[in-house]
Design a protein around this ligand. Structure first.
Ligand code: MG
Ligand code: MG
Ligand code: MG
Length: 317
């Protein structure tokens, strides 16, 4: 068995891409031979999917992947990440068979050549659509739905700075196959599932989409929620900041960042607890006030938050 698995704190792209790539690979390896595999590919997730992802899997009726958190001795395919910190534990003791991703190249290395496809597009789902086209494997309706969901989720309905022409073009093709008439409405339908956070604790809100980074020796955590209206969390900002302070202590971070991204206003309220608050001014050109700053037009962690922070921490070092 070969496990196809996305990153920790699974999002829609990482879960859907695991399901879709496992399917594609099982078809593809019989036709081609780019990957020599006797085993079947099986999709896996590293934890409970979020409500948006659950909605997508139910809508297209593709089933829930099994949970897999220990890579020790297993054959593994990584989708939607290539960083050890986001992979299942003991990834160093696994055999990496392939990586399909759209982030910066991480720190995973392999002793042999592998199938490694990384494109700077809006989602891993976009790359999978290209792989279907390349390999001539037929796209079933439900898998088209999953890839479309990946694209709309990761690009925040084409509003994120990560969106490319390719994402939009392929999303239209996938919508046709999936029988989705109005892409915009479908995007809002899935994105709105993440906006209802009233039943979640501050810790749960922050942990849902949270990634750790090492920047010039500084240990950081950066979380994000995407909501349809900032008003929905207005009453809970202080509570979130207090939770960030606690997490920073507990985990020994040099800085912890939490992006509250307003999909409609197209910007992010960034909450920050950091050893050096001047970092924020350096990175984004705006000063923190009361641990918060509004960043107009900022929607993407990997394109608009991680790179400026990396530069700021590097120049600080
Ligand atoms: Mg992802
Ligand atoms: Mg992704
Ligand atoms: Mg994301």
């Amino acid at each position: 068995m070969v496990y196809v698995v996305g990153h920790k704190n699974p999002d829609t792209d990482s879960v859907c891409s695991a399901i879709v790539f496992a399917y594609l690979l099982n078809k593809w390896k019989k036709k081609h031979g780019l990957i020599k595999l006797d085993e079947d590919a099986v999709p896996a997730i590293q934890g409970e999917p979020n409500p948006e992802t659950k909605h997508v899997l139910e809508k297209f009726n593709t089933g829930m992947p099994e949970i897999m958190t220990n890579a020790d001795g297993k054959k593994i395919i990584l989708v939607d990440h290539s960083e050890k910190s986001q992979a299942p534990r003991n990834i160093d003791k696994a055999e990496i068979i392939a990586i399909i991703d759209h982030h910066k190249i991480g720190d995973i290395t392999t002793p042999n050549p592998i199938l490694f496809v990384n494109l700077p597009v809006g989602s891993t789902g976009t790359i999978l659509k290209l792989l279907f086209d390349w390999t001539n494997v037929e796209i079933l309706k439900e898998f088209a739905g999953l890839m479309l969901s990946s694209i709309l989720s990761d690009t925040v309905i084409f509003k994120s700075a990560t969106t490319t022409e390719t994402d939009i073009k392929l999303a239209k093709e996938l919508a046709k196959i999936a029988g989705i008439d109005n892409i915009q409405n479908f995007g809002i339908e899935i994105k709105s599932k993440l906006s209802n956070i009233s039943s979640l604790s501050a810790k749960e809100i922050i942990a849902r989409d949270f990634k750790e980074f090492d920047m010039s020796g500084s240990k950081l955590g950066i979380g994000q929620i995407e909501i349809v209206d900032l008003e929905l969390v207005k009453d809970r900002i202080d509570e979130l900041i207090n939770e960030l302070k606690e997490m920073k202590e507990e985990r020994n971070y040099n800085g912890i960042y939490f992006m509250i991204t307003d999909i409609m206003k197209e910007g992010t309220l960034l909450l920050v607890v950091a050893d050096d608050e001047n970092i924020v001014k350096k990175a984004f050109g705006k000063k923190l006030e009361n641990n918060r700053v509004w960043l107009d037009g900022v929607m993407s962690r990997k394109k608009q938050v991680v790179p400026p922070l990396e530069n700021a921490y590097a120049s600080n070092f």
